[in-house]
Design a protein around this ligand. Structure first.
Ligand code: F6R
Length: 624
């Protein structure tokens, strides 16, 4: 789960690599490094350091002219899996004249280590990555050029990973291979080309990019890009994708953090995802845009969602909506559990992987396994060209735009929009549809179209909801711990609120179905604990309010989130966050999401944590 960028061309590479790595830091950020080919010399210079990119940027200022003039190089931002996050373990790694960066895991590293030791190679780092350099060195010693040496070495390793390799002996060449972790490449219109772990670093140069398939590599020289299969060295011509992402999207747009910007972008994410999911030329309720994935969804008799983390919370809401409106059975599974079970699936079950990044290892593994078993699969993802979109039989793309903050906000919101559209669309087809009143989904559709405006008004600007939540966060600064509770649609939101608070502020937080409190966790409630009660005016409100009274009686401080006119709820609460009136209770999660996101955000701000890059986390979790 690291970030890689490589470039050969006419542009000064040091700045290009540093900028590109900055855009990839979300993938991991415990050490960083760059390797640049000194201009006019057959020599690659490496700068690396533990900690953030700024450490390497500082070192880069001291480079001499020959290194500053480099136009060929590569960089890496690391999320440690093998070996501690130290400078020695940071990439790039040098072995003789070979220099490499690596993302992923070499599973047979112990065996390769033994073999290489018998040939006199001893790694200086604790990484599995460095061993790959020994293999390449050996192949080149035997007379191979860089590219065939890299492919031959890649055939020796097992595990899912990408590598990018350079050599002092082959100036002006960068060779990358993708097998299981993402890689995107593009031709630089000024000459040469670029590769990276995602498309963002490419966008300054071009919007026409190539998402490499697993098993495919790219050789970049000033003459351009050559693609090949590592299994047999055969050249291939992969398709080009034109991206409509704007490089400006990547900037913070005046907000102090990406996460804050992304929270405020949620109304736009809702609009864009509705437009992406539905055929907006049609006037009927929830007209799904026609493609392979929508055909699969409409034909399914049962649905199994698999996902992790926040995407799993979205899946839970999807279940509630689809079961209510479409009356077809839905199961929600944690990908990391499901992949190691031997599940029983009925015929005509569609397995749908939900993953904003499209790269989550466990979710991807489930889809691969289902494919082997002949089970139809679909994906919901925010990233075009991502691994899951190539693995699934069909894909629904959410349109949240690039999400840089590690904690998912607008991508989560976009997942909810897609899932709600599933419920509406499925209510009209299939044998069960005969028993469903079409007026219900028509009404839901009208209310859904009004949702972006309602959420925009609710979020307002910094003086609105955000200001109110900030004041509450201040009053909770000394809390011992937090419970988030809710029933019905508020239950997945309670889970999401607790997850956000844990990951952003590093404070103890639990999300619970309110009805479960008395089955154990209520023993934790005492003075100093805060209970965030999600009790909007819906079918479950009264029951949740009874649970509120139980925890209040035991000394907990109450923050409640409910409908603006709910004076009774307000009177029971120490702090109170009113929700807007939405015409349909099914839509309330769209209003609760920014509340729990901002609450966690503000508490994290008071704790002084790194909000965009919480410790120990990464944006795409490509290891299990
Ligand atoms: C939390 C968060 C994570 C992700 C999880 C799955 O804010 O972002 O819990 O939801 O790692 O990631 P994706 O959706 O990329 O599969």
């Amino acid at each position: 789960m690291c970030g890689i960028v490589g470039y050969v061309g006419k542009r000064p590479v040091v700045d290009l690599l540093l900028k590109g790595l900055g855009q990839l830091e979300y993938r991991g950020y415990d050490s960083t490094g760059i390797a640049v080919e000194r201009s006019g010399e057959k020599k690659i210079e490496i700068l690396k350091s533990e900690g953030k990119l700024e450490n390497v940027a500082r070192l880069a200022k001291e480079l001499d002219q020959a290194a500053k003039g480099a136009t060929c190089g590569m960089g890496h931002t690391r999320w440690a899996t093998h070996g501690k996050p130290t400078t020695q373990n940071a990439h790039p790694h040098r072995t003789g004249h070979v220099v490499l960066v690596h993302n992923g895991i070499i599973e047979n590293y112990a065996e390769i280590k033994r073999e290489m030791a018998s040939k006199g190679y001893h790694p200086v780092s604790e990484t599995d990555s460095e061993l790959f350099g020994f293999l390449v060195l050996e192949e080149m010693k035997a007379g191979k050029k860089l590219r065939p040496a890299v492919t031959a070495s890649f055939r020796r390793i097992t595990g899912s990973c990408s590598v990018v390799v350079m050599s002092d002996l082959e100036p002006g060449t960068v060779v990358g291979i993708r097998n299981g972790t993402p890689m995107v490449a593009a031709t630089d219109p000024k000459g040469g080309g670029i590769l990276a772990s995602d498309a963002q670093p490419l966008l300054d140069l071009t919007k026409d990019v190539i998402f490499l398939e697993d098993g495919v590599g790219v050789e970049i020289t000033e003459a351009g890009l050559k693609f090949f299969e590592f299994a047999n060295d055969a050249e291939v011509r992969p398709a080009t994708t034109h991206l409509d992402w704007n490089a400006e999207n990547m900037e913070k747009g005046g907000y102090p953090t990406f996460m804050r910007k992304e929270i405020f972008e949620q109304p736009t994410a809702i609009v864009d995802t509705l437009n992406a999911t539905l055929d907006r030329a049609k006037t009927e309720a929830f007209p799904l845009a026609k493609h392979r994935a929508s055909d699969l969804l409409l034909a399914a008799e049962e649905i199994v969602f698999v996902a992790c983390g926040t995407s799993w919370h979205a899946a839970l809401l999807g279940k509630y909506w689809i079961e209510k409106y479409a009356r077809i059975p839905v199961a929600v599974e944690l990908a990391s559990e499901f992949r190691y079970r031997d599940p029983v699936l009925k015929p005509k079950t569609l397995v749908i992987g939900i993953t904003q990044s499209g790269e989550t290892a466990d979710t991807l593994a489930v889809l691969k396994d289902m494919k082997k078993r002949g089970v139809p699969t679909a994906a919901i993802t925010n990233v075009r060209g991502s691994s899951i979109s190539r693995e699934a039989d069909g894909t629904f793309f959410t349109a949240a735009g690039p999400e840089v903050g590690v904690a998912s906000t607008k991508a989560f919101m976009a997942q909810l929009v897609t899932l709600l559209c599933f419920a509406g669309a499925r209510s009209k087809v299939g044998p069960q549809a005969a028993g469903i009143d079409p007026k219900v989904s028509k009404k839901l559709f009208e209310h859904t179209l009004a949702l972006p405006h309602a959420i925009q008004t609710f979020l307002g600007d910094e003086q609105g909801l955000a200001k109110q939540v900030k004041a509450i966060a201040k009053a909770l600064d000394d809390a011992k711990g937090f419970f988030f509770i809710g029933r019905g649609y508020s239950f997945p939101m309670a889970l999401e609120g607790a997850l956000k608070l844990k990951e952003l502020a590093y404070v103890y937080a639990e999300g619970y179905a309110a009805g479960e409190l008395k089955h154990g966790p209520i023993a934790m409630i005492e003075e100093g604990m805060v209970v965030v009660v999600l009790a909007p005016k819906d079918s479950w409100r009264d029951k949740t309010v009874s649970n509120l009274e139980e925890v209040k009686a035991r000394g907990a401080k109450i923050v409640s989130v409910g409908e603006a006119g709910d004076t009774h709820l307000r009177s029971l609460s120490d702090h109170w966050i009113p929700l807007p009136h939405l015409e349909d209770e099914a839509l309330l999660p769209f209003a609760m999401a920014p509340v729990v996101q901002l609450l966690s955000y503000e508490i994290a701000l008071l704790k002084g944590t790194n909000i965009d890059k919480p410790r120990n986390l990464a944006k795409s979790v490509t290891v299990e």
